[in-house]
Ligand binder design. Structure first.
Ligand code: COA
Length: 415
């Protein structure tokens, strides 16, 4: 038994935000029926292709463990089949542009009429307000959600981050909403609407930056590098390079080999509780008692001098050695791991976080498995479906069509 066994998901998602959500639900054991336009499918099947005419890694890595049915939900026959699918499913997930589903004739009111138990979950770029009609992609959300204004070098331009906090981040928020709604349904017997705006999800992930915005009214943010460098604060939470987001000062420092290896760096945090260990390890034991360095408050204006001294030490060690030495001393450090290193990391293969998947058209490829591990419901990663691979099977087993009805639907171009 898998955690969500018996739950059917009507998956109307495309691109990244919605598919990440339904992929997690599939890994928890739900039967995810991905509805795609006949002959077209999810646009990502054809985006950033590395092998001609084969589903892209963009698609395969976001759509594991799903079944694919092609369906033209704008044709009469297609609508009839869609109604049957709504009747049979527990959850519908979509991330169309605002209003698309209403234009298809399936408003939330209509969906409730068809199936009062249906949980209807959507991702949109913005919640109700001036931008509610906008189409939104990852980097738009990162900018509109506050992340870009606080990411980047001090005095530099705003930056987006490689972590897909707008798309995958919102998808993960939506998973939480769907699971809560499924639980509430066990008491209420009713479905409900679950909405998650990408701007809101990014803002939630940047919560500590709103914290700092309010702290600014009470004086400078002393743990930011600006303070020690005498750079004045403006009206808003500033970009702060690689300063740590928590109260403990941290920086990215060079390690042995940095001259030729772009990833020979470590993150190093001067955690106050282990300051004496930091002094010993970098060979500056005199800083333990020196009043200019002994307390966190005294160190704040001297962080650049301190990190320069630590870097002299880290440059003599590779990033893994830094970790091996600092970890037992409770000094928090993080090697900068490249994707080459992550792809080759044995321990990630063992836990199923990095998996090798076989695909009939592309052969073997690497993917990220389920990062959420349930002891009673382990995730087995199965390849993504080909376009319409399960159309007949879903029409027969879920919709209840006979072979003749399936043929008729095909002849009409509805599937
Ligand atoms: N049968 C018939 N028509 C279908 C269909 C199907 N199975 N599946 C989709 N369509 C139609 C839609 O109804 C829509 O038609 P309409 O414009 O006439 O109403 C059309 O295909 C295109 O859908 P849309 O969502 O507008 O796609 P897009 O490529 O123009 O926009 C996004 C893509 C991602 C910008 C947009 O969907 C969006 O803003 N989504 C919400 C935010 C989001 O999730 N963004 C991140 C994506 S990773």
């Amino acid at each position: 038994m898998k955690a969500l066994e018996g739950i059917k998901i009507l998956d109307m998602t495309h691109v990244q935000s919605g598919p990440t959500c339904t992929q997690i639900l599939a890994w928890f054991g739900a039967d995810v029926l991905k509805v795609e336009r006949p002959g077209v499918g999810d646009a990502t099947r054809g985006q950033l292709r590395d092998i001609p005419d084969v589903d892209s890694l963009y698609f395969t890595m976001l759509n594991h463990n799903k079944r694919s049915i092609t369906l033209n939900t704008k044709s009469d026959k297609g609508k009839e089949i869609f109604v049957r699918l709504i009747e049979e499913c527990d959850v519908m997930v979509e991330n169309f542009a605002p209003g698309a589903l209403d234009r298809m004739g399936f408003s939330w009111e209509r969906i409730q009429e068809i199936n009062p138990g249906m949980i209807y979950a959507s991702v949109k770029g913005f919640g109700p307000g001036p931008y509610e009609d906008c189409k939104v992609y990852e980097n738009v959300a990162q900018c509109a959600g506050g992340s870009a204004s606080t990411t980047g070098e001090i005095g530099g331009i705003p930056m987006v981050t490689g972590a897909q906090i707008g798309d995958s981040g919102t998808g993960m928020h939506l998973v939480a909403g769907i699971l809560a709604a499924l639980y509430q349904r066990t008491h209420s017997g009713r479905g409900q609407r679950v909405e998650c705006a990408m701007q809101d999800a990014v803002l939630n992930l940047c919560r500590v930056k709103l914290r700092d915005q309010q702290r600014l009214a009470h004086g400078p943010l002393k743990e930011y590098s600006h303070f020690g460098l005498d750079i004045p604060f403006g009206e808003a939470t500033p970009r702060a390079g690689n300063d740590s987001g928590g109260g403990q000062p941290g920086r990215i420092l060079k390690c042995k080999g940095w001259e030729h290896d772009p990833d020979a760096y470590t993150y190093f945090i001067t955690q106050a509780a282990v300051w004496k260990n930091v002094c010993d390890v970098i060979g500056r034991p005199e800083w333990k008692e020196d009043p200019d360095f002994a307390t966190p408050e005294a160190r704040l204006p001297r962080l650049t001098q301190i990190f320069e001294a630590i870097e002299v030490w880290t440059m003599g060690k590779d990033k893994y050695e830094v970790m091996e030495i600092c970890n037992p001393l409770n000094i928090p450090v993080g090697p900068i791991l490249s994707f080459k290193e992550l792809a080759e990391e044995e321990s990630l293969r063992k836990t199923g976080t990095v998996v090798e998947v076989d695909h009939p058209e592309r052969g073997k490829y690497l993917s990220v498995g389920n990062p959420i591990k349930l002891s009673d419901s382990p995730s087995d990663v199965e390849r993504s479906p080909l376009l319409g691979e399960h159309t007949d099977e879903i029409l027969r087993d879920v919709v209840g069509f006979s072979d003749d009805e399936i043929k008729a639907a095909k002849d009409e171009g509805a599937v």
